[in-house]
Design a protein around this ligand. Structure first.
Ligand code: NAG
Ligand code: NAG
Ligand code: NAG
Ligand code: NAG
Ligand code: NAG
Length: 293
């Protein structure tokens, strides 16, 4: 009965199948568990953060070696929970949360790749020697609350698209070489509580949206705008050209008065001398004509 035997054999095989499947399942679970443990130790690296930090590193020189540790595996795993082994980097929930390079002596430009750090809430690149423009890509940092690029050598315009960073609390761009006018849109950032663009090369009128904000919104005073030669309007003190010209007119008047006095005095003196000499000569002639006794 080959049929029955085959059937039996078949049944045997099929009866052993669940056991084998169970064994495989256990193996799989074990494999997955060990993979998880491995990953736990390996740390999840967010590809956007890695792209961001590699881009940032690629656009700067670091003469003081402050970012010396930004290499290899450390750069590929920026965050371990809230901990980062990278100098200047702070993490939160495995994501880059804060970049603080204040006074690191860095040279270079601000990388557009910084926009790949999509969870960034604070960017402080102040007091370095960054040149070039403020990248418009900062607009993609929709969680950004603090932007401090002060005391650098940045040129170009203040990007109006910063309005897209709706959580901005602090915009500090003082002491750079920024040109153009202040984008009036920035006044619409309702959370803005600190704004400083003093000591740049900005021009035009200060947008009333920043200095005459409605209700409880903080208004920014002259100290936010001072040191931009061609910037004007409230709250900057009105240019003193009028006062200066009055002083100049008085000065010119006094000066020319003195000068004309001196000139006429000299003229009188010369005339007096000339006439005196004339008299003397006349007198001489007279004495000469006098008969000698
Ligand atoms: C980085 O950002 C750019 C544009 O902002 C985007 O095109 C690119 O895909 C991002 N890279 C990664 C790895 O997310
Ligand atoms: C991540 O941090 C944990 C605890 O803080 C530590 O045990 C682990 O070794 C760290 N992993 C890496 C790759 O640094
Ligand atoms: C921005 O950075 C500069 C220099 O590091 C610092 O003096 C200033 O207080 C910072 N601005 C804000 C608003 O924190
Ligand atoms: C500021 O706003 C008030 C009304 O809220 C207005 O009367 C005043 O002229 C404005 N000043 C400037 C400089 O825009
Ligand atoms: C201008 O505002 C700043 C804070 O934003 C404050 O520290 C400073 O005293 C103010 N200056 C004047 C002249 O009101």
């Amino acid at each position: 009965m080959p049929d029955a035997e085959e059937n039996h054999h078949h049944r045997d095989v099929s009866s052993s199948n669940p056991a084998m499947a169970n064994g495989k399942g256990v193996l799989w679970i074990f494999f997955l568990l060990s993979l998880m443990v491995l990953l736990e130790d390996f740390v999840h690296a967010d590809p956007e953060d890695v792209a961001c930090l590699s881009g940032v590193k690629g656009s700067i020189q670091d003469p003081a070696n402050r970012l010396m540790g930004w290499t290899g595996d450390k750069l590929k795993t920026p965050c371990n929970g809230t901990i980062s082994e990278l100098e200047g980097v702070t993490c939160n929930n495995e994501r880059v949360f804060k970049l603080s390079f204040a006074g690191f002596g860095l040279v270079g430009s601000i990388s557009p790749f910084i926009s790949n750090c999509t969870n960034l809430q604070s960017l402080d690149m102040s007091a370095n020697r960054f040149t070039g423009e403020i990248p418009t890509e900062l607009q993609y940092l929709v969680n950004l609350a603090v932007l401090n690029l002060s005391v650098n050598e940045l040129t170009g315009l203040i990007p109006p698209s910063l309005i897209l960073c709706a959580y901005l609390n602090v915009i500090d761009l003082h002491n750079n070489r920024l040109t153009g006018s202040i984008p009036p849109q920035l006044g619409l950032l309702t959370r803005l509580s600190a704004f400083d663009v003093s000591k740049n090369k900005l021009q035009g009128m200060i947008p009333p949206s920043l200095v005459n904000r409605s209700g409880v919104l903080p208004r920014f005073n002259a100290s936010s705008f001072l040191g931009n030669k061609e910037l004007y309007g409230y709250p900057l003190p009105t240019p003193k050209s009028h006062g200066l010209s009055v002083i100049a007119i008085v000065g010119i008047g006094l000066g020319s008065g003195m000068l004309s006095l001196v000139v006429s005095f000299t003229a009188v003196c010369i005339w007096l001398r000339v006439t005196e000499q004339g008299y003397a000569a006349e007198e001489g002639k007279i004495t000469h004509l006098m008969p000698e006794y």
